[in-house]
Design a protein around this ligand. Structure first.
Ligand code: GLU
Length: 483
């Protein structure tokens, strides 16, 4: 049975790299008829963040990554929150003490810090010096009886090397003398992240550990613990980091690191998931669009690239645009409305019509207000906008043609797109003019913009007759004054 897990620490944010890890762990389990488990790794209680588990739940569910076992839905291997498993870890640490693979350490933090400082001054990389390993059984018992605070440390070998196989990175060999005696149980009785992770992956029968490459170098230490406890080592799939460029990580400060940064700007979870799937993995063909279930069919560990994945916001934006285009119209209208209202207020415009015009032009929802603001407020614009070689217009032509249509517009009483169109078009034809030579200036005069959702008739309809006349008059007056 394939069992994968996503094991986030509740920090309050979901990093895009973390979300991609969750995605691959989910797809890999589903593809193989296995189970996807959610485990919350909150042994670092000092870093506890209120509401952080909810962020994890909401993000995963919002992306369709539903777990088969987890804190809120239970399962046969619960609890799935490490702080609720606290009592479970100590017996394993004691087993390791019995076998000589771990030991009590009574050194205080200050003592260890002092030795670290001294080592650094000598230009050495500090690792715990096994000081307490030499205590006798009696000395240890006396300290325990006296209630001296302690941690339990792994007794890592100092010679030889440890090799393991990673399904993405191949064989990884580490000389044992660089491994330090990591703490397994902390003074407060909580396991460290490193220890709980091993114990839980074993107890939860995780077959494939899928996580970021930041754990590649700790994995030999974990494997030594598996061996000492007599447990099978899981398969490993380490994933390359998601980077802004070769040298820079995505960062909180730049607002490009977290799922929530993107969702609040108006990226769709489906687009993010599709893009993240391809960030570090490729299907081996040209396909780019994948639903979650299509990903399950296409995914294979062989397609994972072991080079850092460079996050390309342009590509993500393109995916987003494509996903927005494909939204059912009502869904688009519902999602776009708050963004329209940001620029236009409530109740002044036919948002349904605006949405029809905007859906195929929306790359990211947060770009909507700037695109539609001109409907509520006429922007200033330079006369050069009237210049269009293809349409054969310039300010002089614009003035002539605006003067031609102004009285025609004034005469329209039933202000709909169709009537505006059906009234203006014959006038253009009768005057022997090119459509563009009239409609380009009209659109510029009433929008002040080179690019608008919809053409002259749509905009005239949206802003209404009074505003269309006001803007047309103002444009004519300005052109006249410049003659
Ligand atoms: N709790 C770890 C993290 O949030 C997970 C590491 C793992 O998957 O083993 O980075």
């Amino acid at each position: 049975m394939i069992r994968t897990r996503f094991a986030p620490s509740p920090t309050g944010f979901m990093h895009l790299g973390g979300l991609r890890t969750a995605l691959y762990a989910y797809i890999f389990a589903k593809k193989n008829g296995g189970r996807f488990i959610l485990r919350i790794e909150d042994t670092d209680q000092e870093r506890y963040v209120e509401g952080a588990t909810k962020v994890i739940y909401d993000t995963l569910r919002g992306c369709g990554l539903d777990w088969d076992e987890g804190p809120d839905i239970g399962g046969d291997f619960g609890p799935y929150i490490q702080s609720e498993r606290k009592s479970l870890y100590l017996p394993y640490a004691k087993q390791l003490i019995e076998s000589g693979d771990a030991y009590y350490c009574f050194c205080t933090k200050d003592e260890v810090d002092e030795r670290r400082k001294a080592a650094e001054e000598r230009g050495e990389v500090f690792k715990y010096d096994k000081h307490c390993l030499s205590l006798t059984k009696e000395e240890i018992q006396a300290k325990l009886d006296a209630g001296v605070p302690y941690v339990i440390r792994h007794n890592a070998p100092t010679t030889g090397e440890t090799t393991y196989h990673d399904l993405v990175y191949g064989d990884i060999t580490t000389p044992n003398d660089i491994l330090d005696d990591m703490v397994l149980i902390k003074q407060d009785g909580m396991p460290t992240y490193n220890f709980a992770n091993v114990v839980d992956d074993h107890l939860m029968q995780i077959s494939h550990v899928i996580r970021g490459t930041e754990y590649l170098s700790s994995t030999p230490k974990y494997n030594l613990l598996y061996k000492a406890l007599g447990w099978d080592i899981p398969e490993y799939i380490h994933l390359p980091p998601v980077m802004r460029d070769q040298h820079h990580k995505l960062s909180k400060r730049d607002g490009d690191a977290y799922f929530s940064d993107f969702v609040s700007r108006g990226y769709l979870p489906e687009a993010l998931i599709n893009y993240l799937a391809l960030l570090g993995w490729n299907p081996g063909d040209e396909r780019e669009f994948f639903t979650l279930s299509e990903l399950q069919d296409a995914f294979s560990v062989k397609g994972i690239n072991n080079a850092p994945a460079i996050f390309d916001i342009g590509k993500l934006t393109w995916f987003n645009f494509e996903y927005i285009r494909r939204l059912p119209f009502d869904k688009y209208l519902e999602m776009a409305t708050p963004w329209f209202e940001k620029a236009l207020g409530k109740g002044r415009f036919d948002l349904k019509r605006l949405a029809e015009l905007m859906q195929i032009r929306t790359e990211v929802f947060d770009r909507i207000p700037d695109m539609v603001r001109f409907l509520a407020e006429m922007p200033e614009f330079p006369d050069e906008l009237y210049v269009n070689k293809k349409m054969k217009t310039n300010p002089e032509v614009a003035l002539e043609n605006l003067q031609l249509i102004k009285p025609v517009l004034e005469g329209i009483s039933d202000w709909t797109e169709t009537t505006i169109h059906d009234t203006i078009m014959p006038v253009i034809a009768e005057a022997g003019k090119k459509n563009g030579a009239v409609l380009w200036p009209m659109r510029i005069a009433i929008s002040g913009k080179e690019n608008t959702p919809g053409g002259a008739f749509e905009i005239a309809y949206l802003i209404g007759k009074d505003e269309t006349m006001r803007r047309t008059d103002a444009a004519i007056a300005r052109l006249v004054s410049k003659q």
